[in-house]
Design a protein around this ligand. Structure first.
Ligand code: G6P
Length: 612
C-alpha cells in the first residue's frame, strides 16, 4: 500500500525515483507522483501506473539531485490526479508525500480553513503540510521544529517525506506506524518504504522507529530526533536482499517465479534449524522463549489473509504434535474484541510483510495485556519483527506478487519446525517417531520440486474452467486450510468467486450451489479423513458437480470418481499442506493469465496493508 522513495545526493534523482517507484509497484497503488527540487519544487502526478507518470513527464525538465516520489493507494478521496501525492503547502515552499492515515484530519482541516487555508485535494495529507506551514508562520520556528510540533498534534499513522524550497540540501522524513528505511551511500541517501528501491545502491540501511524524525542532509551525517526532541543514534544494519530476487528472471510473472522458488524457499526456511543428524530442531530466534512456549496455557495465532491460513495449519500442527491449545484469530477482530489474555499466553503474529496494520495493533494489544508475543515474518527489520518480543524469520526472500505463495509455504515450514521443537522439548512425540518426522520434513523441498512437474497438466484443466463464475474448494484436517488458501488465491487474481470449506460442512449449505456448472476442487490425499472425503466427492458427483481432485500418486479410487485428478507425492499427513498448496497456486495462476488478469498486481489489492 502506498510507496515512498526519495533521494538526495550528486546523481540525477529522477531515474532513481522512477526505478524506485517501479520496485514499489508490488505494494498496490492507483496513482503516482514525483517532486524534484531544482530551485523550484516541481510536482508531476497522475492517475494510473508509474509508466503513465513516466509518459506524462517525458518532455519535461526532470533535472535535479534531490527529489521524492510516491505511489498512492486511495483512502481519503478517490484515485485521481488531484488527490495523488506529492502535495504542496499553501505557499508552495513545501511539498509532502505520505503513507498512512491522519485520523484527526477533519478538525485540523476545519481549523486551517478558518485560518485562511484552502485545500485543493480531499486528502488527509494536505492537512499535514498546511499545518506545518501554519506553525512555521505563526510560531516563527524552523521547518524541523514545525514538523516536530505538527507531529505532536496529529493522531494516526504516517511515513512522510518533506522537501522545502528554502532548504535545498535537506530532506525530512518521519514515521509512526508506517515503515521507512534510509539507505546510506557515499555522500548520498535513499529513503523508501521498504528496502527494494535501495538495494541496488547500498547495503547500509537504517530502519526508522516510530515517532522519529530523520534530518537528511547531503554530505552530512544522518541526524535522527524523536518527536519529543531527543537525539537518537542511527543504528546501521546490513541488507541481505539480492537484486535477482527483485527481477522476474525469465518468468512471465513474479507470482510464477515465486511458485517455482518454493523448493528453495522452503529449504531456506529450514536451513540451520532442522538438524537431521542430531535429531534436533533449533529455532535460534525464540530460544529464550522456549520454556515460555512449553508452559504456555494457550497459544494464540494472529494474522490476516494468507498468513491467517498458515496460522490455521499452525493450529493443527501445534495441537497435534505439541499438545498445547491453540486459537487462530483474525488480527482485525482480535484487536477490537477485548480478548481474555494473560501472562501465561503466548501470542504468535504471522506476517509476510511485517507491516500489516491490524496485526501490528493486535501485537500491541497482546503486549499491553502481559502476553509474550512472538513473530513469524518474512521481511527483515519490518515493524512486526521489531514490535514482537522475539521471532523467527521465514527467509522466503522478497515476495513481489501480491498473491502470497512462497511466503505461505515458508510460514507453514516454520510453524512445522516450531511445533516439532516444542513437541520434542515436551516429550509429546517418541524420539523414534520424531526422527521419522524430521526425515520426511527434510525431503519436502524435493517433493515440492516433483509436485511442480504437474504444471502443464494444470494448464489444461485451467483452460477448461477459466470461464466459470463460482467454485468450491474442499478439504479436511490439514487440508482444510489448504482449501481456504486455494480459494483465496483464485479470488485474488482471477476475480472468480471461490469458497473454501471443510469438506464435511458442505452438506450444511454449499451443497445447494452444486450443479453441472460448479467445479469443486477437493484435496483428497490419503491418510487422515481420506475415506470421508471420498464420500464428499460422491455427494458432489450425485449432483453433477465437476470434481478436480488433488490426490496422491497412483490413487485409483479417486481417479474412478473425479473428472480431473492432479497427482502429488505422498507424505506425512502433517506435511500435506506444503505439497497440496502448490497445484492450487498453479491453477489460480493459469486461470488468471487466461482471463488476462493482472496477476502480479490484482485490482484493489495491496501487498502491504498499512491501514486498518
Ligand atoms: C494483504 C495481501 C495478502 C496477505 C495479507 C496479510 O491482503 O494481499 O496476500 O496475505 O495482506 O499480509 P501479511 O504481510 O501480514 O502476511
Amino acid at each position: 500500500m502506498c510507496g515512498i522513495v526519495a533521494y538526495i545526493g550528486n546523481r540525477d534523482a529522477y531515474p532513481i525515483l522512477i526505478k524506485g517507484l517501479h520496485r514499489l509497484e508490488y505494494r498496490g497503488y492507483d496513482s503516482a507522483g514525483i517532486c524534484l527540487l531544482n530551485e523550484q519544487l516541481t510536482i508531476y502526478k497522475c492517475k494510473g501506473k508509474v509508466s503513465d507518470l513516466e509518459h506524462y513527464v517525458k518532455a519535461k525538465n526532470m533535472a535535479g539531485h534531490l527529489g521524492m516520489a510516491h505511489t498512492r493507494w486511495a483512502t481519503h478521496g478517490e484515485p485521481n490526479q488531484v488527490n495523488a501525492h506529492p502535495h504542496y503547502s499553501q505557499n508552495k515552499k513545501l511539498a509532502i508525500i505520505h503513507n498512512g492515515i491522519i485520523e484527526n484530519y477533519a478538525p485540523l482541516r476545519s481549523e486551517l480553513i478558518s485560518r485562511g487555508y484552502s485545500f485543493v485535494s480531499e486528502t488527509d495529507t494536505e492537512v499535514l503540510i498546511h499545518l506545518i506551514e501554519d506553525i512555521m508562520t505563526n510560531e516563527s520556528v524552523d521547518l524541523v521544529e514545525a514538523l516536530r510540533i505538527a507531529l505532536n498534534q496529529v493522531i494516526g499513522a504516517y511515513a512522510i517525506v518533506i522537501l522545502s524550497k528554502d532548504n535545498p540540501d535537506m530532506i525530512l522524513a518521519a514515521r509512526k506506524g508506517s515503515p521507512m528505511v534510509i539507505g546510506i551511500g557515499k555522500d548520498e541517501f535513499f529513503i523508501a518504504s521498504d528496502a527494494t528501491p535501495i538495494v541496488e545502491y547500498t547495503n547500509n540501511v537504517v530502519y526508522m522507529d516510530d515517532e522519529e524524525i530523520a534530518i537528511i542532509q547531503k554530505e552530512k551525517e544522518l541526524k535522527i530526533i524523536t518527536i519529543t526532541n531527543k537525539r537518537k543514534t542511527p543504528y546501521i544494519e546490513k541488507l541481505e536482499i539480492s537484486l535477482n530476487a527483485l527481477e522476474k528472471e525469465g518468468f512471465d510473472h513474479f507470482m510464477l517465479k515465486e511458485i517455482y522458488e518454493q523448493p528453495r524457499s522452503i529449504r531456506d526456511s529450514m536451513r540451520g534449524r532442522l538438524h537431521l543428524d542430531k535429531g534436533l530442531v533449533i529455532l535460534g530466534g525464540i530460544r529464550e522463549y522456549e520454556q515460555k512456549l512449553m508452559n504456555a496455557r494457550r497459544i494464540i495465532i494472529t494474522a490476516c489473509g494468507t498468513s491467517w491460513h498458515a496460522g490455521l495449519v499452525g493450529e493443527y500442527l501445534i495441537e497435534e504434535l505439541a499438545r498445547i491449545p491453540v486459537e487462530v484469530e483474525y488480527s482485525s477482530e482480535f484487536r477490537y474484541r477485548n480478548p481474555v489474555l494473560s501472562e501465561e499466553d503466548v501470542v504468535i503474529a504471522i506476517s509476510q510483510s511485517g507491516e500489516t496494520a491490524d496485526t501490528l495493533a493486535a501485537i500491541e494489544l497482546a503486549k499491553s495485556k502481559g502476553a509474550t508475543v512472538l513473530g513469524i515474518c518474512n521481511v527483515v527489520g519490518s515493524s512486526i519483527a521489531r514490535a514482537t518480543h522475539a521471532g523467527v524469520y521465514t527467509h522466503a526472500g522478497p515476495e513481489i506478487g501480491v498473491a502470497s505463495t512462497k511466503a505461505f509455504t515458508a510460514q507453514v515450514a516454520v510453524l512445522t519446525l516450531l511445533a516439532l521443537q516444542i513437541a520434542q522439548k515436551k516429550g509429546t512425540i517418541p524420539q523414534s517417531r520424531f526422527h521419522q518426522m524430521l526425515s520426511e520434513l527434510n525431503v519436502i523441498p524435493e517433493k515440492v520440486e516433483q509436485t511442480l512437474a504437474i504444471n502443464e497438466q494444470i494448464k489444461k484443466i485451467a483452460n477448461i474452467y477459466k470461464d466459470v463464475k463460482n467454485s468450491l474448494y474442499l478439504g479436511r484436517g490439514y487440508n482444510f486450510p489448504v482449501a481456504l488458501e486455494g480459494a483465496l488465491k483464485l479470488k485474488e487474481i482471477s476475480y472468480i468467486h471461490a469458497e473454501g470449506y471443510p469438506a464435511a460442512e458442505m452438506k450444511h449449505g454449499p451443497i445447494a450451489l452444486i450443479d453441472e456448472y460448479m467445479p469443486v476442487v477437493v484435496i483428497a490425499t490419503r491418510k487422515g479423513t481420506y475415506e470421508k472425503v471420498i464420500s464428499n466427492i460422491q455427494e458432489v458427483k450425485a449432483r453433477k458437480g465437476k470434481i478436480i481432485a488433488i490426490i496422491n500418486t497412483g490413487d485409483k479410487t479417486v481417479q474412478g470418481l473425479a473428472d480431473h485428478c492432479i497427482e502429488i507425492p505422498e507424505t506425512e499427513e502433517f506435511l500435506n499442506p506444503l505439497l497440496a498448496t502448490i497445484p492450487l497456486q498453479l491453477l489460480s495462476y493459469h486461470i488468471a493469465v487466461m482471463r488476462n488478469c493482472n496477476v502480479d498486481q490484482p485490482r484493489n489489492l495491496a501487498k502491504s496493508v498499512t491501514v486498518e
